[in-house]
Design a protein around this ligand. Structure first.
Ligand code: NAD
Length: 309
């Protein structure tokens, strides 16, 4: 496993990390014991960053993760969770809720501090409130030692640059972006210089495009436009025809970009975690990569709306 510096946090994070939304049964119903085994397989394989949220499975993911982490030395993992999103359309970024939310997460996770505490999907909030009320409240929790670092997450990349322009350097330690550095979408590269200039640690989530880039296909709730889903299905079929796996190519592609410190992949299957760990140590098939990128070219960087207009 390769480890890379996460901005100016001083943390070295694994190039491939564990996304725990899967533990909330977001993709399919899961066996709790299997989910716990997946977390252990991830840690044993060298992944040291775990990302979760109260939103995933409406607190279930945090609860299952808390069980998995019981008895594991606290310095073996960097724990990231979130607040502010509590349902598909339920958001609260108020200062009062931030503090309660952190305490609730600490209790569910069975830990005394969170390493990276993030405002979840800020495009659904009022950015004035995020800047004037939410971030100062998060800073107070950081000062109190309950959170070591603070960050923001979301889909439209513009919310990151907008918020960063409105706060002082060092206010935001990390940014978690998803579905913007993967085979069909590399838009994250466009804002890397702005993030790097401010020393912000970048976490890239969803190398499989939340299921777009695997032969299993997308879950019903997947927000991508149909033409993106169709192009990805064609790419998966092409890989199958030549005896390859699109998921493997997708994970290798995201992880090899050294300017992106870490990529978060989700799965509650210990077998898939082991596969993913093995895949990132193997060389990428450049010829297949070129073929797949040609298939995906017509939908490159095609995304979908998220948050307030
Ligand atoms: P992902 O792209 O990692 O895809 C997950 C899907 O891929 C699951 O269905 C999983 O079973 C499948 N998968 C994993 N390994 C596989 C393999 N080897 N072969 C075949 N299929 C495989 O998407 P994700 O889980 O949404 O993203 C990863 C993590 O990133 C999340 O768990 C979460 O922690 C974080 N995230 C955060 C936000 C946010 O903050 N707004 C949004 C998206 C993701």
């Amino acid at each position: 496993m390769r480890y890379r510096a996460l901005g100016r946090t001083g943390l070295d994070v694994s190039a491939l990390s564990f996304g725990a939304s899967s533990l909330g049964g977001v993709f399919r119903a899961i066996e709790e014991a299997q989910g716990i085994e997946a977390v252990h397989a991830a840690l044993e394989g060298g992944m040291n960053l775990i990302d979760v949220s109260p939103y995933y499975g409406l607190t279930k993911a945090e609860t299952v993760l808390g069980k998995a982490l019981r008895g594991i030395e606290r310095d073996r993992y960097v724990l990231a969770t979130k607040f502010g999103r509590y349902g598909d359309a339920e958001f609260d970024f108020s200062a009062a809720r931030v503090a309660h939310s952190l305490d609730e997460s600490l209790a569910r996770l069975g830990v005394e501090h969170i390493d990276i505490f993030q405002a979840h999907d800020i495009e659904f909030g009022d950015l004035d409130q995020i800047v004037q009320e939410t971030l100062p409240a998060m800073q107070r929790l950081k000062d109190a030692g309950k959170a070591r670092f603070i960050g923001i997450t979301g889909l439209p990349l513009i919310v990151f640059t907008e918020v960063l322009e409105r706060v002082g350097d060092g206010t935001i330690d990390t940014v978690l972006s998803y579905c913007h550095y993967e085979l069909n979408d590399t838009a994250l590269l466009g804002i890397l210089p702005a993030l790097e200039r401010r020393g912000v640690g970048i976490m890239n989530a969803s190398p499989l495009g939340m299921g777009l880039l695997s032969s299993r296909g997308t879950p019903d709730w997947h927000p991508a436009p149909e033409r993106v889903k169709r192009a990805c299905a064609r790419a998966a079929a092409h890989c199958s025809q030549v005896g390859a796996d699109l998921a493997k190519l997708a994970i290798q592609f995201s992880v090899r970009e050294s300017r992106i410190p870490t990529t978060l992949v989700g799965t509650a299957s210990p077998r898939n975690i082991q596969k993913n760990l093995r895949w990132i140590e193997e060389p990428i098939d450049e010829e297949l990569l070129a073929e797949v990128r040609r298939i995906l070219e017509p939908v490159h960087n095609v995304t979908w709306p998220s948050g307030r207009p």
